[in-house]
Design a protein around this ligand. Structure first.
Ligand code: ZN
Length: 288
């Protein structure tokens, strides 16, 4: 199955945002006061060319994010991230260049509703958009903004997504799941946000796991390192464990939105080995 990684600009965050330091409120505070920044990281959305129609997974960021007034001014978290998006980098024009028209898109699946995933929603006014009910409730209103959904005008006026609830049918280590269509299953990956979902695409002998912001890199997931801003550290850690368990039992290509290696792993269909980190470490001389 053809799957595209669509880079809609870049984002930089503080180091303590990408890899959390400490716990509780201190962990959040450190993301804001940290003076070390990551390099500009990609903002990926994905498009799956499924026989039932194209499935867009997230919509990336909007070029307007670089303009004043796009974000609420008062949120302290805004001191810890910066974005760069050109109009031609938005998901709409990029899909067009791939020969995909909006009417070819059967579903837009939102892993979660943070601005760098929902910024491109305005390209899909006629499409069915799927979000978990939990995510929608967590992101809405002033409380949503306090919780880090920082766009001033949160989403387009016509935005009435289909709220979905995962069913209590386990899928591997995941306690719930929802089958979207042939070979595509949604699973809960809470932590970064409570309602975040991952999209599992069965493609021949392997699974492509589109995991939203479950971690900032594959390595951080393997090491069980939670980010600095996620809503629930413990849930994120459990999610990492489940992803590793899933990948240990099924050949899996693990793709997250801000990992600079995501596109290369997708192109080469590089499978993750949950034990590779432990093996690499124990192979280092002098560490035994
Ligand atoms: Zn996010």
């Amino acid at each position: 199955m053809k799957i595209h990684a669509i880079q809609t600009g870049t984002v930089a965050v503080t180091s303590a945002w990408r890899e959390g330091v400490g716990h509780g409120q201190g962990r959040l505070l450190r993301t804001i006061v940290d003076r070390h920044w990551t390099e500009p990281l990609p903002i990926y959305a994905f498009a799956i060319e499924h026989p039932e129609g194209v499935i867009a997974v997230d919509t990336g960021e909007a070029a307007r994010a670089s303009q004043p007034g796009y974000f609420v001014r008062w949120h302290p978290g805004l001191r810890a991230f910066r974005e760069w998006v050109e109009p031609e980098q938005e998901i709409g024009p990029q899909l067009e260049r791939l020969g995909i028209r909006p009417s070819d898109v059967r579903w837009v699946v939102m892993t979660h509703l943070h601005t760098d995933h929902a910024g491109g929603l305005h390209h899909f006014p006629e499409n069915e958009i799927l979000v978990t009910r939990t995510e929608l409730e967590f992101a809405s209103g002033l409380r949503g903004r306090l919780r880090g959904y920082v766009a001033n005008k949160q989403w387009p006026g016509w935005f009435h997504p289909t709220p979905i609830e995962l069913e209590s049918s386990p899928f591997g280590p995941f306690p719930q799941s929802l089958r979207l269509t042939e070979g595509v299953v949604l699973v809960p990956v809470p932590g970064h946000t409570p309602g975040q979902i991952g999209v599992l695409v069965q493609d021949g002998d392997h699974t492509v796991f589109l995991a939203g912001d479950s971690s900032y890199t594959q390595e951080l997931m393997l090491r069980g390192k939670v980010d600095g801003v996620g809503a629930d550290e413990e849930a994120a850690r459990l999610t990492h464990e489940r992803i590793r368990d899933y990948a240990a039992a099924n050949p899996t290509v693990y793709l997250v939105a801000h990992d600079p290696e995501s596109a290369a792993r997708l192109a080469d269909r590089q499978v993750v080995y949950p034990n590779q980190l432990a093996t690499a470490q124990s192979a280092t001389p002098g560490t035994s």
